[in-house]
Ligand binder design. Structure first.
Ligand code: PLP
Length: 224
């Protein structure tokens, strides 16, 4: 299935209208499809598996900004640490420490978002508020010099109930506001709220999203 260019341009317009950015989620799609969208001007691409991401990084233009959006195992961090633009899916302290370690090895600072569990479903990864409070007020956290936290990320429940989805995005916005006020008031770069996918990105934008992650609407359904 070819890239849906008209859909893409419309979503891009809507996100730009809301001063948000559009991450094109290219997981499972071939490099050639990514290159097609790159040629239309898209530079931010999201993947959910570290090895697939690293492979595509090798094959594609070097000025692509790669976003890691899927659950990240600590032993895979090293494959993306040299070049990753933003890791949206930091869902436990352990992986943040490993990201810091690999960033140090590569002599860089890696930007990260804290993923929160906002959905009703059990299966979604992410911190809850208490875990994050403990982490952010710990001595160990203050010693991580090679990671920078830019904001939060979350996935709403997979449902047609848009009242529910809106409520969950509202919760993520509240968590963001709380963290900003409590821990990051002095850090201007703490300003990102990554929320919204193909089915709910419009609601996410209305609820304050600064980054939407859209896959199937742009690239077509995934056959997995
Ligand atoms: C796959 C995925 C998306 C994109 O999903 P679509 O419904 O295809 O737009 C967004 N965020 C995450 C974390 C994903 O894994």
């Amino acid at each position: 299935m070819p890239t849906q260019v008209e859909e893409y341009q419309q979503i891009l317009q809507e996100t730009q209208h809301n001063q948000a950015s559009l991450i094109a989620v290219s997981k499972t799609k071939p490099a050639a499809m990514i290159k097609d969208l790159y040629d239309k001007g898209q530079r931010d691409f999201g993947e959910n598996r570290a090895l697939e991401l690293a492979e595509k990084y090798e094959q594609l233009p070097q000025d692509i900004r790669w976003h890691m959006i899927g659950h990240l195992q600590t032993n895979k961090v090293k494959y993306i640490a040299p070049f990753i633009h933003l890791i949206h899916s930091v869902d436990r302290f352990k992986v943040l420490k490993e990201i810091n370690k690999q960033a140090e090895k590569n002599e860089r600072i890696i930007d990260c978002l804290l993923q929160f569990h906002i959905a009703e479903e059990e299966s979604k990864f992410g911190f809850d508020k208490i875990e994050v409070q403990e982490m952010l007020s710990s001595e160990t956290f203050t010693q991580l010099k090679n990671v920078r936290i830019l904001g939060v990320m979350g996935m709403a429940t997979f449902t047609d109930d848009m009242v529910q989805v809106r409520k969950e995005f509202g919760q993520l916005k509240q968590i963001f506001d709380y963290l900003k006020e409590t821990y990051f008031a002095a850090q201007d770069s703490f300003k990102e709220i990554s929320m919204g996918m193909s089915g709910d990105y419009k609601i996410a934008l209305e609820e304050g999203s600064t980054m939407v992650r859209v896959g199937s609407l742009i690239f077509g359904a995934r056959n997995t």
